[in-house]
Design a protein around this ligand. Structure first.
Ligand code: AMP
Length: 585
C-alpha cells in the first residue's frame, strides 16, 4: 500500500532547497526584497533586460542561456552575451521599421530559438508580445490578431504557407511580417522580411528605450465559456513573480539545466519556458520536436537536465510508454520535477517516484495569474493529488458566491471557488477591451479564479473542477463557443454544443453535439466532412475529435445550449443529477 503522504526530509534532497521551511519563507518574504535583488527600479523595469542584459553585465556573459535542440541535427548553444546581441538587433530592427512602444508583436512558431529572440527583442523596446499556438488553425489566429490589432507577425515559412498566406489580405492591421526560413535558408515569402537578414542588418547597440513595471509587456489569450477569446494583459513588473516562483516553486539554482516542455503559445511557455530561467541565469533546454517518449528520456539524460517542468498529459503519455523504456536511461542530475496545467493524478506522482526516482510536484496557476500561485515545493511533504500550498507572497482562499456576495470559507475541507488576494505582481491588469468581463473577476480584494477547490486542515489545496464549461485538453484551454461558432459555419449545421469528454491521457477531449438543418441526413460522410472542416479552420489543438448528431440540442429557458446537460448525458448521469444543472450557462 502506498502512503497518503510522501514525506520529505532535507537530508533526502540532493541540493539544499531554496525554501527549506514553508512558514518561515512566507513570513520573511517581501516583494521589495525581490525587486532589490533583481536591481529593478520604477523607471527602468524591463523583463528582457532583467532576463538577459543583467547577466551580461555581471559574470554570466559566457554562460549558456539556451541549448536549442532542433527536431533534427545538432544542438545549438546561445550564450547570454549572444542572446543579448541578437535581442538588441531584433529590437533595433523593429525600431528601424517604425515599430515601438505599445505596438503588438505576434509570434507564431514552435519551440525554436528565434522565437525567444523575437519575444525578448520586442519586449526590450516596449512592444507587447503575444505568442500563439502553432497548432492553431487560421480562424483562431485571425481572431486574436484582430482583437489585439497586431502590427507585426513573426512566423516560420512553413507556418506562413499553411496558415497565413491565404488570409494575409484580410489581416489588415499587420504592417510587417517577419518570416523565419527553414534551417539556414532564407525565407522567400513575397512581401515579408526574412528573419535572418532582418537580424543581420540591424544595429547591435542597446536600444535607447525604457519601460516601467506597469507598462504592458505580454498579451496572452485565454478562452472563456462564451464570447471571443480574452486577451489577458500582463506587465513588465510580472518579472518579480517569475523570479520568486523560479526560486521557490521550481527551486532554480545557478548551475541548473532547466527544461520546460510547454508550448510557447501557452503562458507557461513564456513565463517559465523563457522568462523565469533566464532571470535566474540558468541554462534552458528548448526542444523543437513534438512529444516522443524515447526522445524525452534521452534529453533528460544527455542534456543532464536537473529541473524539469512539464504537464500531466505528457506524464501520462510517458507512463503509457511503460517503465522499461524509462529504465534504459539514467538521470543522475535530475533533482526536481514539477507539473502544471491540469489535474495530476496521484498515480502519476507515484510513477515519478518509482520510475524516475523523484515524485512529480504539481503546481497550479492560470493565464490570468501570470505565474505559479500554489505549489508543491521541494521540502514540502507531498499529498499526491493535491496542488500544494500558496507560495510566499500569495494569499489564497476558498470562497462561496452567495446572493451577489462573496464569502470566504474558513472551515477546512469545504468545496468552493478558489480565490486569490490581489496584489501579486504578475496579476493580469485587463482583458483587452473587455472592462466589464475583467471587473466581474473580482470581489473586493479577491480575484475569483473560476476553479473549484478545497483546502484541507494542513493548508493543502485540492483541485475539484472548473466552475464553467471551459475544456482542458492536453493542457490547452479551449472555449466551447469558439468551436461551436466554426461548426455553425458549416451549411449543414443548425446548432452545435461542445463539451469536454473525460479521457485518460489528454484529460478531456473535445466532443461536439450537432443538430442538422431540416432535410439533411446524419451520415458518416457528413461527420467526416464536419471533422475536416473544423480541423482546417481551428487547427488540430482546438478542433473536436468526436462529433455526435442529435435531433435537437437541450436549451435553457433563455435559449442557451445546456452544455452541462450534454456532458451529463455523455457521462451517463441519471436525470435527477442532470436537472440540477439546468439554468447553468
Ligand atoms: P491556462 O490559463 O490555460 O493556463 O489554464 C488554467 C486552468 O488550468 C486553471 O484555471 C485550472 O482549471 C487548470 N489547471 C492549471 N493547473 C492545474 C493543476 N495543477 N491542477 C488542476 N487544474 C489545473
Amino acid at each position: 500500500m502506498r502512503d497518503a503522504i510522501i514525506h520529505k526530509t532535507l537530508a533526502s534532497l540532493r541540493v539544499a532547497p531554496n525554501m527549506a521551511d514553508w512558514n518561515a519563507a512566507r513570513e520573511a518574504f517581501s516583494w521589495d526584497q525581490v525587486r532589490e535583488e533583481l536591481g529593478a527600479s520604477a523607471d527602468d523595469f524591463n523583463i528582457a533586460r532583467l532576463a538577459v542584459d543583467r547577466h551580461v553585465r555581471g559574470a554570466g556573459a559566457d554562460r549558456i542561456a539556451l541549448r536549442y535542440l532542433p527536431a533534427a541535427g545538432e544542438a545549438r548553444m546561445l550564450s547570454y552575451a549572444e542572446l543579448q546581441r541578437q535581442t538588441d538587433r531584433f529590437a533595433n530592427g523593429l525600431r528601424a521599421l517604425g515599430v515601438g512602444k505599445g505596438d503588438r508583436v505576434f509570434i507564431l512558431a514552435g519551440r525554436i530559438a528565434p522565437l525567444v529572440v523575437a519575444a525578448l527583442g520586442s519586449l526590450k523596446i516596449g512592444c507587447v508580445v503575444t505568442p500563439l499556438f502553432s497548432a492553431f488553425g487560421p480562424e483562431p489566429i485571425a481572431t486574436r490578431i484582430g482583437i489585439a490589432q497586431a502590427q507585426v507577425l513573426v512566423t516560420t515559412e512553413a507556418l506562413y504557407r499553411r496558415k497565413i498566406e491565404k488570409m494575409r489580405d484580410t489581416l489588415t492591421t499587420l504592417r510587417h511580417v517577419i518570416v523565419i526560413g527553414e534551417g539556414d535558408t532564407a525565407s522567400s515569402v513575397a512581401g515579408a522580411l526574412d528573419y535572418a537578414s532582418f537580424i543581420a542588418h540591424a544595429a547591435e547597440t542597446p536600444p535607447p528605450v525604457t519601460t516601467g513595471p506597469d507598462d504592458m509587456a505580454l498579451l496572452h489569450f485565454t478562452s472563456g465559456t462564451t464570447g471571443t477569446p480574452k486577451g489577458a494583459v500582463h506587465v513588465h513588473g510580472a518579472a518579480l513573480m517569475h523570479f520568486a516562483t523560479g526560486r521557490y516553486a521550481l527551486d532554480l539554482h545557478p548551475d541548473d539545466v532547466f527544461w520546460c516542455t510547454a508550448d510557447p503559445g501557452w503562458v507557461t511557455g513564456t513565463s517559465y519556458g523563457i522568462i523565469a530561467p533566464l532571470l535566474h541565469g540558468v541554462t534552458s533546454v528548448v526542444d523543437e520536436a513534438e512529444f516522443d517518449a524515447e526522445r524525452w528520456y534521452r534529453i533528460l539524460q544527455d542534456e543532464e537536465v536537473s529541473v524539469w517542468y512539464t504537464a500531466p498529459t505528457a506524464i501520462r503519455m510517458l507512463m503509457k510508454a511503460g517503465p522499461q523504456l524509462a529504465r534504459r536511461y539514467r538521470f543522475p542530475k535530475l533533482r526536481f520535477i514539477a507539473s502544471v496545467g491540469e489535474p495530476l493524478n496521484p498515480e502519476a506522482v507515484w510513477w515519478g517516484q518509482e520510475v524516475l526516482g523523484l515524485p512529480i510536484h504539481d503546481n497550479w496557476w492560470q493565464t490570468e495569474t501570470g505565474g505559479i500561485m500554489i505549489a508543491n515545493t521541494p521540502a514540502l511533504d507531498i499529498k499526491p493529488g493535491s496542488m500544494g500550498k500558496p507560495l510566499p507572497g500569495v494569499d489564497a482562499a476558498i470562497v462561496r458566491r452567495h446572493e451577489g456576495r462573496v464569502e470566504v470559507i474558513e472551515e477546512p475541507g469545504v468545496e468552493g471557488e478558489l480565490a486569490l488576494r490581489t496584489g501579486w505582481p504578475s496579476m493580469f491588469r485587463a482583458y483587452l477591451g473587455q472592462d466589464e468581463r475583467y471587473r466581474k473577476c473580482f470581489a473586493g480584494d479577491l480575484y475569483l479564479t473560476g476553479d473549484l477547490a478545497r483546502r484541507d486542515a494542513d493548508g493543502y489545496y485540492w483541485f475539484v473542477g472548473r466552475a464553467d464549461d471551459v475544456i482542458k485538453s492536453a493542457g490547452h484551454l479551449i472555449g466551447p463557443f469558439e468551436v461551436e461558432s466554426v461548426l455553425m459555419e458549416h451549411p449543414a449545421v443548425a446548432e452545435a454544443g461542445v463539451i469536454g469528454k473525460p479521457d485518460p491521457i489528454v484529460g478531456e477531449l473535445v466532443k461536439a453535439f450537432v443538430s442538422l438543418k431540416q432535410g439533411i441526413e446524419p451520415t458518416e460522410a457528413l461527420r467526416m466532412d464536419l471533422l475536416g472542416h473544423a480541423r482546417k479552420r481551428l487547427g488540430a489543438a482546438v478542433a473536436p475529435k468526436e462529433i455526435a448528431f442529435l435531433p435537437t440540442l437541450p436549451r435553457t429557458r433563455s435559449g442557451k445550449i445546456m452544455r452541462r446537460l450534454l456532458k451529463a448525458r455523455e457521462l451517463g448521469l441519471p436525470e435527477g443529477d442532470i436537472s440540477t444543472l439546468e439554468g447553468s450557462e
